[in-house]
Design a protein around this ligand. Structure first.
Ligand code: NAP
Length: 537
């Protein structure tokens, strides 16, 4: 359906129908607002709609990686595993869309291409690749933090005669790798999940690794009914704990001790216990792992030793052992049989640092050392994170600058929620908010609820325009940087800093001050009459 300028303006246009977009539709409608969402996929689910590669699984426990806004929903839904697989999470997203009647608000297979704010009318005009043109008071970015897949620009990509895949754009019908020669590029969370699965099918699998990563066994298992029953009995208590925790995860309590407070033997016991729990909260065992290089090295060495013990060939083990970054400063991974996969006879590891990829050829991959032939190549090469999906839309004010221009040297926001100069534009889990350092569901719910309350406040006060004030934004950006600089995070070449994208400004993108603290700050800002934002009638 094509809407035109003649239609009455909506209250809000929402970009995306993943978990953020769906909740925004629900919450704003609940507040009596007229909303429309646009979603590039054919259906809801966002990341879980696109990432259908074998092995795709959440690394936050199912009972936590789910909506908390409806007691009925969280009681009735049953997760089958401790860490849910992609298909189950997608079923959950569909269940939510049906249960709360969200689909009629969504234009599927439609990508938002531009948004222009007119200061005379205080309205956004939003256009899509299907020719829709809609006007709305508010423009809400819910396009996700890891949703714009990135293919390295190797020459020859078009020449390959086999099949090319990216983990973040996986074919819906699935892929059968049986008997095929497969090359996988990338060993981040996606690569680490997909590699063991492909290895079981392919006749030969070659992994092209640029940076070895720290990964822990997930110890995934079927949901224990007793655990589920006990958890659900006090669900609200767990959720509240998550809301005021650092990572938005109830199961990751804030540590009090430093690593060097324990004697080496005790520390080893603590690490061993943490290891067996199988959680990304491992790096939160001690309070200084992510800020003190000495503390960090004790944990890193523990994990390195695990890798050496798992991988039988010492040369391969050495290549798989991370030494160029502090543990946790690149997103830690959870795996199922990842390192064990390199003990298989059909799996080869190639080091892209000593043997850089030169091009993709008609037959496979050419490195500086040799030509390798494949039937399929899988890119597990990540995303233009946090800012990619927002800047993929041409966002501007009428007669003014574009957001891309404003963010040339890196994103600037106030609280990660709004950016000065772009009134009525809201970012869900935007840069400068805890977002990707947390359970995304906790952060999404927090932002959607804050925005919904804010829009109700504006309506109640007869206001039609809200904008972040530059001075407050500058202070927030400085604070975000200061907090990051007090940690080891900026030392790593990670997507957290934009280092994975050639030419992307090096800025630590999320806010690392902790979800709970951040939530309190956002509440204070709201209760002080939206301090730092200019509101006008
Ligand atoms: P990623 O962490 O950015 O990893 C991309 C991988 O591709 C890295 O190993 C990278 O090497 C490599 N690479 C990129 N360009 C390359 C090139 N030109 N040549 C050779 N290698 C190249 O991306 P991801 O694995 O998709 O994960 C992104 C994030 O999504 C994760 O950190 C996580 O937050 C989320 N995720 C979560 C789950 C889960 O819940 N379990 C699963 C998947 C993804 P370098 O390290 O050297 O750059």
């Amino acid at each position: 359906m094509t809407e035109t300028h003649e239609s009455a303006p909506l209250d809000a246009v929402i970009v995306g129908a993943g978990f953020a977009g769906m909740y925004a539709i629900y919450k704003l409608r609940q507040a009596g607002m007229r909303v429309r969402a646009f979603e590039a996929g054919e259906d809801v689910g966002g990341t879980w709609y696109w990432n259908r590669y074998p092995g795709a699984r959440c690394d936050v426990e199912s009972v936590e990686y789910s909506y908390s806004f409806s007691e009925e929903l969280q009681q009735e839904w049953q997760w089958s595993e401790r860490y849910a697989a992609q298909a189950e999470i997608l079923r959950y997203a569909n269940h939510v869309a049906d249960r709360f009647g969200l689909r009629d608000a969504i234009g599927f297979e439609t990508r938002v291409t531009s948004g222009e704010f007119d200061s005379d009318t205080n309205l956004w005009t939003v256009a899509t690749d299907r020719g829709d043109v809609v006007r709305a008071r508010f423009f809400v970015m819910a396009g996700g933090c890891l949703s714009l897949p990135r293919m390295p620009d190797f020459p020859g990509l078009d020449e390959f005669q086999g099949k090319l895949y990216h983990t973040g754009m996986w074919p819906h019908e699935g892929v059968d790798f049986s008997g095929l020669r497969v090359g996988v590029i990338g060993t981040g969370s996606s690569g680490i999940q997909v590699i063991p699965q492909i290895a079981r099918q392919a006749s030969e699998l070659t992994v092209f690794q640029r940076t070895p990563n720290f990964s822990l066994p997930a110890f995934n298992r079927a949901m224990d009914p007793e655990f589920e029953r006990e958890y659900k009995a006090i669900y609200a208590v767990h959720r509240d704990k998550a809301r005021y925790s650092s990572a938005g995860i109830a199961g990751h309590p804030t540590p009090e001790k430093g690593a060097m407070d324990d004697a080496p033997d005790e520390r080893q016991r603590v690490y061993e216990g943490g290891w067996l729990r199988g959680t990304t909260g491992f790096t939160r065992i001690y309070k200084d792992i992510l800020s003190d290089p000495v503390a960090n090295s004790t944990m890193a060495e523990f994990v390195r030793e695990k890798i050496r013990r798992t991988v039988k060939d010492p040369k391969v083990a050495a290549l798989l052992t991370p030494t160029d970054h502090h543990i946790g400063t690149k997103r830690i991974c959870l795996d199922t049989g990842y390192f064990e996969t390199y003990n298989r006879a059909n799996v080869t590891l190639r080091n892209v640092r000593s043997e850089p990829i030169v091009s993709i050829t008609s037959q496979g991959i050419r490195t500086e050392a040799a030509d390798y032939a494949y039937d399929a190549i899988v890119f597990a090469t990540g995303y233009d994170a946090v800012t990619g999906a927002v800047l993929n839309i041409d966002i501007r004010t009428k007669g003014g600058a574009s957001l891309a221009e404003k963010w040339t040297a890196g994103p600037r926001t106030y609280l990660g929620l709004m950016t000065a100069g772009f009134p009525n534009l809201f970012l869900i889990t935007g840069p400068g908010s805890p977002s990707v350092l947390t359970n995304m569901l906790t952060s999404i719910e927090h932002h959607v609820e804050w925005i919904a309350e804010c829009l109700q406040h504006l309506r109640d006060k007869g206001m039609v325009r809200m904008e972040a004030q530059r001075g407050f934004e500058d202070e927030w950006v400085e604070h975000v940087n200061q907090v990051a600089d007090a940690t080891l995070f900026p030392t790593a070449n990670s997507w957290y800093t934009g280092a994975n994208i050639p030419g992307k400004p090096r800025v630590f993108l999320p806010y690392i001050g902790g979800h709970g603290n951040y939530r309190i700050k956002c509440a204070e800002v709201a209760s002080n009459g939206y301090e730092g934002f200019a509101l006008s009638a």
